[in-house]
Design a protein around this ligand. Structure first.
Ligand SMILES: C[S@@+](CC[C@H](N)C(=O)[O-])C[C@H]1O[C@@H](n2cnc3c(N)ncnc32)[C@H](O)[C@@H]1O
Length: 394
């Protein structure tokens, strides 16, 4: 017999299918109401991946009833066979979620009901990262796992299960560029995590001087030279867009391989434009964007390893709570639309500083953070102050 990849579910598939997977019972089966409400918030035709789908009852059926294009994966051959019988023609892969080729595609939603806590912690983190990458901007992820960090033996398979707990899940999600927006409990005491991917962060374009420069590939870097020309680097290819009144067509012919150039706003600066905000690109700094949705849309890399990044989280702590363990506040002040604080800390014997500005832009909050060696602070602090004051919401 081949090795079990389903964390013991192949061995009890008959019992599981006869219980939860029986169509006559599905109306009342645990979790159905939560999954239905989640599914109905998608537009018809949206694509949703059901991870660890089991026999597809009730979740895949509910997703399909909501008019969604459903894909499913499960590692248990018996579960997959039961699924195929119920949902002929619905794409399903017999594979582990860790190795699923469906992660080569993108989805509007991903569901993992009763799955994540069956996996080892490293595999849980991996799946969260894969989900983050596979979700389209604005996409949603719903999964279940106990709220507290806990280990137990699965009631059906007798195999170890472990929840990493809400605190750790929130951190893993955030690191992957996702936001935990809500939690809920159902009648069967299953704890739900409602997760979203920001709708507008992927896009980083440079605008100014009547032009909009849109990178064609990622990762990429924008920078400006002393003459104000914009440089876009993609791998070893580079395009220079001169900040004079070159017509858009002339610039485009130079840069066709790595950028699209259209007409843009006539601002007398190059601005980095993302979905929720824009900031000027400071001279001597390089804006590096991975192209994926990261917690920040880009990192601005400056002298002596200094870095500035912008985040627009759903919830933003007060300025006094931006002090991490081992850090102490050394300066603070206010801005036109917010406040800033500078903290100092020692890492591996070296002194570092972080300067956080918490600003209100277009009805939401943004945090602009500078991180640098302590001795570089006087040099780079004015750039941070300038950016934090200049940032504009969309
Ligand atoms: C508790 S059942 C949940 C099934 C279904 N989501 C439901 O709502 O009834 C867990 C399912 O995850 C599958 N599974 C376990 N580990 C897996 C893995 N590493 N990759 C893919 N599927 C896995 C099992 O075969 C089983 O069908």
């Amino acid at each position: 017999m081949s090795e079990d990849r389903s964390n013991g579910y192949e061995g009890i598939a008959d019992v599981y299918i006869a219980g939860r997977g029986t169509r006559a019972l599905v109306g009342d089966s645990i979790g159905a109401a939560v999954v239905r409400a989640w599914a109905q918030a998608f537009s018809p035709g949206a694509t949703v991946l059901d991870l660890g789908c089991g026999p597809g009852e009730p979740s895949t059926r509910i997703l399909r009833e909501a008019g969604l294009a459903t894909y499913a994966v499960d590692a248990s051959p018996a579960m997959v066979a039961a699924f195929r019988e119920r949902f002929p023609g619905v794409p399903i892969e017999e594979n582990t979620v860790e190795a699923s080729t469906f992660f080569d595609r993108t989805f509007d939603g991903v569901l993992a009901w009763g799955l994540l806590f069956l996996l080892e912690p490293a595999a849980q983190a991996l799946v969260i990262e894969k989900v983050a990458r596979a979700l389209n901007p604005g996409g949603r992820f719903l999964f279940t796992a106990p709220k507290e960090p806990v280990e137990w033996l699965d009631g059906m398979t007798d195999r170890p299960s472990r929840s990493l707990g809400a605190h750790t899940y929130e951190r893993l999600l955030r690191d992957a560029g996702l936001t935990l927006v809500a939690e809920a409990e159902d009648d069967g005491e299953n704890h739900y995590y409602f997760v979203e991917k920001a709708a507008g962060h992927v896009f980083v374009v440079a605008e100014g001087f009547g032009k909009r420069v849109i990178p064609k590939q990622s990762p990429f870097e924008f920078s400006i030279d002393a003459a104000g020309s914009l440089s876009l680097a993609v791998g070893d290819q580079r395009a220079i867009v001169v900040a004079s009144d070159f017509s858009v067509d002339a610039a485009q012919s130079l840069t066709l391989a790595v950028a699209d150039i259209t007409e843009g706003p006539s601002w007398p600066l190059w601005w980095l434009q993302t979905g929720p905000y824009r900031v000027p690109l400071p001279e001597g700094w390089r804006a590096h964007a991975s192209g994926f949705i990261d917690p920040s849309a880009f990192d601005l890399l400056g002298p002596d390893g200094s870095m500035i990044f912008v985040q627009t989280p759903q919830r933003t702590p007060g300025i006094d709570h931006m002090v991490g363990p081992g850090q102490r506040i050394v300066a603070r002040g206010s801005l036109t639309t917010g406040e800033w604080v500078t903290v100092q800390y020692v890492h591996e014997g070296l002194s570092y500083a972080q300067r956080h500005a918490r600003v209100e832009i277009g009805g939401r909050l943004a945090v602009v953070t500078l991180q640098c060696r302590q001795d570089a602070l006087p040099l780079v602090e004015p750039v941070h102050a300038f950016l934090a004051d200049a940032i504009l919401g969309q």
